[in-house]
Write a protein that binds this ligand. Sequence first.
Ligand code: DHE
Length: 549
Amino acid sequence: MKLSKVLSTVVIASLGLTSLSMAEEIKLSKAEMDEATQVYFDRCAGCHGMLRKGALGPKLIAEEMKTRGTDYLKTIIHEGTTGGMPDWGKSGELTPAQTELMAKYLQVEAPMPPEKSMSDMKKTHKVLIPVKDRPKAPEAKNWKDYFSVILRDVGQIAIVDGVTKEVVSVVPSGFATHITRTSASGRYMYVIGRDGKASMIDLWMKEPKNVAEIRVCNDARAIDTSKHKDYLDKYAVVGCYWPPSIVTLEAETLDPLKIVSTASYTYDTNDFTREARVAAIIASHDKPEWIINVKETGQVWLYDYSNIKNPKVTMVEAERFLHDGGWDLSKRYFLTAANSKHIISVIDTKEGKLVANIPSGGNIPHPGRGVNIDHPKYGPLWGTGHIGSADISFIGTDPVKHKDNAWKVVKKIQLPGEGGGNLFIKGHPNSKYIFVDRPANPNRDLQTQLYVIDRDTLEFVKTIKIDPKYLPEATDSKGNKVASRGPVHFEFNADGSEVWTSIWGNKLTPTAILVYDSKTLELKKVIDDKRLITPTGKFNVTNTMTDTY
Ligand code: DHE
């Protein structure tokens, strides 16, 4: 479709001139509906919502989509947008036929996804290795410097020794695994798949394996554990996108204990939201409490798990739509992105209240867990990048000794080149540098570089180009060339002397983990094991236990 036609369609649609009677009559067969529903779940639901009511991405209501028409929607799905929508067609992730199918699917009503209850969960629960048969002491020397690496598209986790850089084991996980988090002791690595399958790996084993698994929901992104000293390694918690809920589990066996629905009312307009999804979860170290983002209602729930069957929940009104976030340096304040409003909400977990809603200084903040700095001039700072703009913002987080800087952007810098596309930023107390990726920028050069910021001057100091030999191209079954995306996500080793990033490839070819010296910024090691297919997130045991970022 020509650009002029797309533009005229946009203009007509925005003027409200396209009547439904002019729209195509879309009919999909059962097989087409099934395929499209699966593709939508895999690629679209995370940003646009299962019910298509919008969140990180705009709402995609069928009536409105009909006014846009198939050609227009096809172009957007194929090309992506500079606002962060991936180029699903152009990148080869969707075939031309699937691109067309999805353009049509958006014009028919969204099917209601299935519910799930405790009895469904229990059918999927397996204790693979009983507690009594697990090691009594760690069998490997370096286990506290192990990294769990998500192999996203093959549904596996690689455990990599942070000292030897050897892949110690590769274990199965849920579909398109999203994140991993450790138990408070670090012994267990908890894994959550996008399909709601939770599993746990025992890192004390010579060859770490899954010891328990359960599918708690149909769609999930978050998992964490009890980190208060009286509840060490006692509970795990999963945050579900669908059915929107919080599921608590026994930490040693993943036995399900309790389901709490988050379907509720938006904090500001009090509109009912069936799809009130659980986004980030973070564990308090000081209280028996999880801090839980309920995306669509704009509430942060402070979930007291000391009485696991009768939890107490404090609902803090924050902003919409809540996504990811992390601790400040003192681990008292939780800073989290309300991305559609370009706001960072700050929650004081000691007082159980909102401290501030701070304009993030850019378009669509996406901190991951953010970065913490003890700055010589500004005092403690927490930083975030943005998906929709090149801004990196640093916010003061000490209201006592650095009152004038607290809860505002005290410094903002810009990454070189146009547009955002940053997903993750990471630091370590022992590293002079902060690292920033940009895999969602549509410009290939910008997408395939790393960006380095000096922790003291807070200035951007260096771009590290990834050697094209680490960005392999593959050929799919139809003979199309499929490029690797750029580097994504960072994690430091336990002492902060190295920073690791993964090359986000595709299913057809392995891609490497690149290890940089965090002082000299030299490429120190390439971990290029052939089992590393689509490595994305990496989580070092010590840094994840202690929430160091
Ligand atoms: Fe993530 C964190 C949700 C896309 C890799 N991602 C998170 C968190 C949420 C979330 C709620 C915070 C978890 C926590 O801290 O408890 N992510 C979503 C989405 O809804 C979204 C936008 C679309 C989707 O359908 O999933 C999405 N995320 C992605 C990706 O495309 C990434 C790059 C690769 C992938 O897995 O699909 C990706 N997300 C990650 C990673 C983290 C994460 C690696 C953990 C960062 C950290 O350092 O803690």
